[in-house]
Design a protein around this ligand. Structure first.
Ligand code: AP5
Length: 212
């Protein structure tokens, strides 16, 4: 399949990054994580990074204006020629409505996970800040403890993967992002999967939903 444009919706810890990476291989498309772009800006201490650092750490949302500008530029780049999967965007009604005017997507994938599983996943997550790979101390450990399988960089815990920030992010999802499930369902674009299954079972369910 060529030129596939997808968006991933799910609460923090639902598995957007995990499944997004699996779909990159399957469809030869690029994964665009607005969270990764923002974290890179924070790590490099750019103007954008300085603006968003505290917002991310406490689990708030960066302004629609900033995020939309980032995505608009990013999807114009050459590596998006075969399509893309957006991980973490759109996240508000305003973002979804503006994005709709920018590009026509093929499907929106919603990974549904009950709140009680999310915090455990978030607080056990380990992240590679160099290549963006994610692991989990319990569910998906790296081969060499504490180091990335892909680029061998040291794994870290994200500054927002604390219980306090996690609780706030989950609430923010319910308040501002969950409404997007209905938004895409009404357009006949929604593929909804049970995110409590194993990682590979969820990948298979998504592929089935996309290809049926
Ligand atoms: P972002 O980086 O997008 O974070 P998030 O939405 O909170 O999502 P996460 O990355 O925490 O979770 P995920 O669903 O990707 O789960 P993962 O696959 O890693 O955003 C960070 C911040 O940036 C936001 O809070 C906001 O401030 C800002 N931001 C970003 N986009 C924005 C936007 N559009 N507008 C405004 N602000 C924005 O999995 C989690 C863990 O669980 C991993 O350890 C994984 O190994 C494990 N796992 C995954 N699947 C399974 C499974 N099936 N079973 C067991 N374990 C699993």
């Amino acid at each position: 399949m060529i030129d596939m444009k997808l968006v991933l919706i799910g609460a923090p810890g639902a598995g957007k990054g995990t499944q997004g990476s699996a779909l990159v291989e399957r469809y030869n498309i690029v994964r665009i994580s607005t969270g990764d772009i923002l974290r890179e800006a924070v790590a490099k201490e750019t103007e954008l990074g300085k603006q968003v650092k505290d917002i991310i750490a406490v689990g708030g949302l960066v302004s629609d204006e900033i995020i939309i500008a980032i995505v608009k530029e990013r999807i114009k780049q050459d590596d998006c020629a075969n399509g893309f999967i957006l991980d973490g965007f759109p996240r508000t009604q305003v973002q979804a409505q503006k994005f709709e005017k920018m590009v026509e997507i093929d499907k929106a994938i919603y990974i549904e996970v009950p709140d009680e599983l999310l915090l455990d996943r978030l607080t056990a997550r380990q992240t590679c800040l160099r290549c963006g790979s994610t692991y989990n101390r319990i569910h998906k450990p790296s081969k060499k403890k504490g180091f990335c399988d892909v680029c061998h960089n040291k794994l870290v815990q994200r500054s927002d993967d604390t219980i306090e920030s996690g609780v706030k992010r989950i609430q923010t999802f319910h308040d501002q992002s969950e409404t997007l499930v209905t938004f895409y369902q009404e357009k006949g674009l929604l593929v909804k999967v049970d995110g409590t299954e194993s990682i590979s079972e969820i990948t298979n369910a998504i592929i089935k939903g996309l290809e049926q």
